[in-house]
Design a protein around this ligand. Sequence first.
Ligand code: ATP
Length: 490
Amino acid sequence: MESCCRACMPCCGRLWNWIWPDLRYPRSGLPGGTAAPCPGGVRIPSPRRHPPQLYAALFDFEARSDDELTVREGDKLSVLEKRGDYVLAKKLTGSLEAGLIPRTNQPTTKRLTDQPTSQWYYGNINRMKAEKLLLAAQNKDGAFLVRISESHSDEYTISGEAAEGKVFHFRIQRSAIGAYFVSDKISFGTLGELVSYYQKNHRSLGVLLQEPCAQQRWERPREEFRLVRKLGEGHFGEVWEALWTTENRRVAIKTLKQEDTKQDEFVKEVQALKSLHHPKLIELLAMCSRGEPVYIVTELMSKGSLKAYLSSAEGQVLTSAHLIYMGSQIAEGMAYLEDRHIVHRDLAARNVLVGDELLCKVADFGLARIIKDSVYTASRSTKIPVRWTAPEAALYQRFSVKSDVWSFGVLLYEMMSRGKMPYEGKSNKEVLDLLSSGFRLPCPTRCPPNIYRIMLDCWAAEPSQRPSFHALHSQLDAIYARIYFKTIEV
Ligand code: ATP
């Protein structure tokens, strides 16, 4: 087999290079009810079972022996295991055959994600909200949406409007090899394929799927919100806890200081937030832009900013396991941005918000920009949080996903040192001089060496040498699982 593969180069030797990771999400949420008590009294969940990695073949490959698998361009595959120069893969659709296909060590050239950007994808909304949206006057029978399932966070639900104002919900399940299915008669490699199949074959579902649900109206009358208490104040204005009376829901409201120059930036922040849906990113719910002050309504996070949480009594007793669990969630949210080439540019503990059971979400996309090139060059006048910023970004305004990775390393330092200011006692200029001479922040007390190793990787001088957020997420998850199952306190 080995020699055959080599003999057949390049026809099959590059096959693995023709196959790219297709579906990695959803990996959100936590398995329900698996939280375990930990020292410090804060509960953390058991590490998650990751859904299988799915791939799509980029080119045809003809099997040359019984144990190889013939694949056609576009075939969706689940990789069951790696075996030397081969992977054992199983087709997700059609014949469902399994077999070996060759792989090389060359990096993949293109990546797909499965968090659809389609109009019908509504992300993390619950059943009640879905029903309300679908029954809005502008929708007709057959209007539908897909949302993350409330009870199974790695699965989805199709909700649609049937005749006479009724709403149906079908769970989209995942098979053991990661394929999506509503009925076990037919499965699909992506949600998009599943949806277009049922749009064309409505008999097999028994109901119509026609137009995507009309988008929620973001603009709401400000009378719908009652400010309850001030939570804090940032660069743009105040943040309030509020009651959204018509939805009977507690929310956070950012208000805009009445200075025209900032209003533009504020509205950009909204535009960036609106199109992003991920369980580890703060979700935009609505806005009131008519009249002043402008309100941006987002989900409310019960424990406020991570920076403040780390210094609170509860934050001070967190173990490394708690902190690594939180770090992994932040890396997951950032990996979603990485896939979309969105650079945050201000990743720090102050811009992460904490909810119940140590839920962490990345917030404040005020500085984020969707970039066309891999590197975004900002105007020199922009204020830069130097202690969190990679040297090439602080000195030459070369912001990129890799400069966010540097900031993530500093964020890990903030977490593992339970809220310590990075480079304490040093001026911004001293920090930049120290960094250019090769100095790096020291390992915080009680920080496991493998976590410090990750920080150092994030602070590689050469941006391309820094890990991706996907890699950081997997590494942190793996370390968390090891600590959790050994139940060791580090
Ligand atoms: P800047 O605007 O300069 O980035 P910042 O991030 O501290 O500074 P804001 O994002 O305006 O400012 O938030 C101010 C404070 O309000 C935060 O530190 C946090 O404590 C609180 N806060 C913000 N958003 C929420 C939210 N969604 N839920 C709960 N508390 C929040």
